[in-house]
Write a protein that binds this ligand. Structure first.
Ligand SMILES: CSC[C@@H](O)[C@@H](O)C(=O)COP(=O)(O)O
Length: 349
């Protein structure tokens, strides 16, 4: 099932807020609808929002009418700003939009038809690149999974989160396909239940055994079930290896460390932000208090009570066993191996 696809002059997004009960698509014909879909988590997960934003930028060129409005370049800049503002933590959004802007700036023949077709090609290339490199990453990760293993993952890091193969869940899928006997524990991931609604749905669909737990069972599971490794994704990894991921990841990393359990972060290099040195510089998205007070739209607490709702937390690099990207398994000292993985390909940011 496609998570994101382009047809005609519209972008279709699988509405993840309706899963697992309904599989419906939102059809976006304006870039503002893509921005709204990203903000409201209809499409979510760092790589997937990068892919959606790239198509959103292309859509802006299709929306553009020369009449009294802005010149095209300013209109595209406005689309870029609005798409970028939707979710501040996942750096893949900025990564994808920068590539779209570069694609626009490199166009020689600036007729509207040509601009539209070049930008659509550029968005498709970002999407296809994601698919290809995630399979590579999954193979690197699967090589670290023992033939029999209890794995703990977090949030949703599968095809739904990437519009490709998946990050941490891609590794689980690859290990399963290699015939490894794995049991995956899936925390529900409050406040909006990406684990219970999305990861459980993906694993069930793929026929991969899993056990759903509530987030406050993590300690119990380490003590009584035995966890062999933890696999999580990331929304932004900075130069020293600190990384932001779904709220709760830090607590999970501390528990894994206490239990001497390997803790792996799986993410494409588009999630690495070498402009930031340390995790404390990462902007953390604060979301609507209703996500905490409510469950499935039903109030479960005191109306209007004070709420804290950071969507992400930052885990320090010393709790990370290795970072797995499409370039390989990056081991500590993380700063050195992260920078080297960029230098090898001469990637400039
Ligand atoms: C591809 S997985 C990496 C992260 O994006 C994932 O773990 C996560 O935190 C998603 O958060 P979300 O708020 O659902 O977009």
């Amino acid at each position: 099932m496609e998570v994101v696809y382009w047809e005609g002059q519209r972008l279709f997004l699988l509405d993840q807020t309706k899963l697992p009960h309904q599989t419906t698509y939102v059809a976006c014909s304006r870039y503002q609808e893509v921005a709204e879909a990203i903000y409201s988590l209809k499409v979510r997960g760092a790589p997937a929002i990068g892919v959606a934003a790239a198509y959103g930028y292309a859509l802006a060129a299709f929306n553009y009418r020369a009449d009294p409005g802005l010149p095209l370049e300013q209109f595209l800049d406005q689309a870029e700003r609005e798409l970028l503002a939707t979710r501040p933590t996942a750096v893949n959004l900025r990564w994808a939009l920068e590539r779209m802007r570069d694609a626009y700036l490199n166009i020689q023949e600036k007729s509207l038809d040509n601009i539209r077709s070049v930008l659509l090609e550029a968005a498709l290339a970002i999407h296809n690149r994601e698919r290809k490199l995630e399979e590579k990453m999954a193979d690197f990760g699967a090589s670290l999974v023992p033939p029999e293993a209890n794995i703990l993952t977090y949030c949703n890091t599968g095809a739904l989160a990437t519009a490709g193969w998946g990050t941490a869940l891609g590794v689980i899928r690859a290990a399963h396909n290699q015939g490894k006997s794995i049991k995956t524990f899936v925390p529900e991931t409050r406040p909006v239940l990406q684990g219970a609604r999305l990861t459980a749905w993906e694993l069930h669909d793929a026929g991969i055994p899993f056990t759903l737990i509530t987030d406050n069972m993590l300690g119990y599971v380490f003590l009584h079930e035995g966890i062999d490794l933890v696999l999580v994704g990331a929304d932004r990894i900075v130069a020293n290896g600190d990384f932001a991921n779904k709220i709760g990841t830090y607590g999970l990393a501390v528990l894994a460390n206490y239990h001497n359990c390997p803790f792996y972060v799986v993410a494409p290099s588009s999630t690495i932000d070498l402009d930031l040195e340390e995790g404390k510089e990462i902007p953390i998205e604060m979301r609507d208090p209703r996500e905490v007070r409510e469950l499935g739209g039903q109030l479960v607490s005191v109306k209007n009570c004070a709420v804290l709702n950071p969507a992400f937390d930052v885990t320090p690099h010393h709790l990370v066993t290795a970072v797995i990207t499409e370039k390989g398994v990056l081991k500590p000292p993380l700063e050195k191996s992260i920078r080297r993985s960029f230098d090898e390909e001469g990637v400039q940011r």
